[in-house]
Design a protein around this ligand. Structure first.
Ligand SMILES: Nc1ncnc2c1ncn2[C@@H]1O[C@H](COP(=O)(O)OP(=O)(O)OP(=O)(O)O)[C@@H](O)[C@H]1O
Length: 297
């Protein structure tokens, strides 16, 4: 199939992808992926190592050519996007290049100069918690602090669309929480955000919608509270009986189940009521996708 033969992308969307396919030689990394991201939406692409997340994001950033299918980002085919289109994007790649022999402030001020309406450099440095390191040479920063510089470079140009490929790798827990606040602030300003992350709590905290991709195929897509379907969210009641045997019941009415247990047997041992998290649901989706792939193979 050529790009021209695939269905039309949605012109109103910030990102619109149809039947996206990518071959690396004889290996197919993407088997025809389709999704839209609305303007102002925060959208996470989730999947195991090698699923095709970075390939997708790099095609959308204009860094990689696609083999087939169509893609539009801010109304433009990324393959044809020029300098003015690129100035509307912010990009945090999965791995950054060799750090230069420049300070944090110098690097950001230099980068800000490429954009027509950059943010205030000192405010950006403060937003990523690097004020105390503003005059430090980047090569002398720890890995986690360097990653904060990458994030700062991604939004200093006041982008309409921000791509974040595993942005918080190497962040300590406090820095991750601060990063979440930063992203919420950018979202409030109307920035469209495409995030890939292996931290499912991060995706649950930040995303309007998520897509799960496995083996180059889209497995599911939807709002964080809908992904995997309603059945995947049915609470689980777990307890042990008087002789120590473990029991488990999936029920829409966990309080009634616990009340009935209490009335019947007295206080249950090791009682837990669990609502599956995004991580639990994600793991199930990926397991099912792997099983399907094995059957197909
Ligand atoms: N330049 C390349 N040449 C050949 N194969 C590649 C190339 N880049 C990626 N691949 C392969 O394509 C598949 C998808 O890779 P990709 O980096 O998109 O996955 P990912 O979902 O981002 O994984 P991770 O979570 O590890 O970053 C993998 O099997 C990878 O080995």
């Amino acid at each position: 199939m050529t790009a021209d033969e695939s269905p039309a992308p949605d012109p109103a969307a910030a990102v619109s992808v149809r039947d996206l396919r990518k071959d690396y030689g004889s290996f197919t990394a993407l088997h025809g992926v389709s999704f839209d991201i609305a303007k102002g939406e925060t959208f996470s692409l989730l999947g195991p190592n090698g699923a095709g997340k970075s390939t997708t994001i790099e095609i959308l950033e204009g860094y990689r050519d696609r083999t087939a299918g169509s893609a539009q980002v801010l109304g433009m085919d990324p393959h044809r996007g020029g300098v003015s289109w690129k100035a509307r994007l912010g990009i945090v790649l999965q791995s950054s290049g060799e750090p230069g022999n420049v300070t944090v402030h110098e690097q950001l001020a230099h980068f800000a100069g490429f954009y027509p309406h950059p943010r205030d450099v000192d405010e950006v440095i403060a937003a990523v918690g690097l004020t105390d390191n503003a005059k430090t040479r980047i090569k002398n920063l720890s890995g986690g602090l360097r990653r904060r510089v990458d994030v700062a470079l991604g939004f200093v140009g006041r982008p309409e669309m921000l791509f974040l490929d595993e942005p918080t790798t190497g962040f300590d827990p406090e820095a991750r929480r601060e990063f979440w606040e930063l992203i919420r602030g950018l979202k409030r300003e109307g920035t469209t955000i495409l995030l890939t992350t292996h931290y499912l709590d991060e995706a649950a905290q930040l995303s309007d919608r998520v897509a799960v991709i496995a083996n180059g195929r889209l497995v599911d897509i939807g709002a964080v509270h809908e992904i995997g379907g309603a059945d995947a969210r049915i609470p689980i009641v777990r307890w042990r009986d008087a002789i120590g045997q473990q029991h488990e019941e999936r029920t829409e009415h966990p309080a009634a189940t616990v009340a009935a247990l209490l009335a019947r047997d007295g206080e249950p041992l090791d009682l837990e009521v669990i609502r599956p998290s995004l991580e639990d649901i994600y793991l199930e989706l990926v397991k099912d996708a792997d099983a399907d792939a094995e059957v197909a193979a």
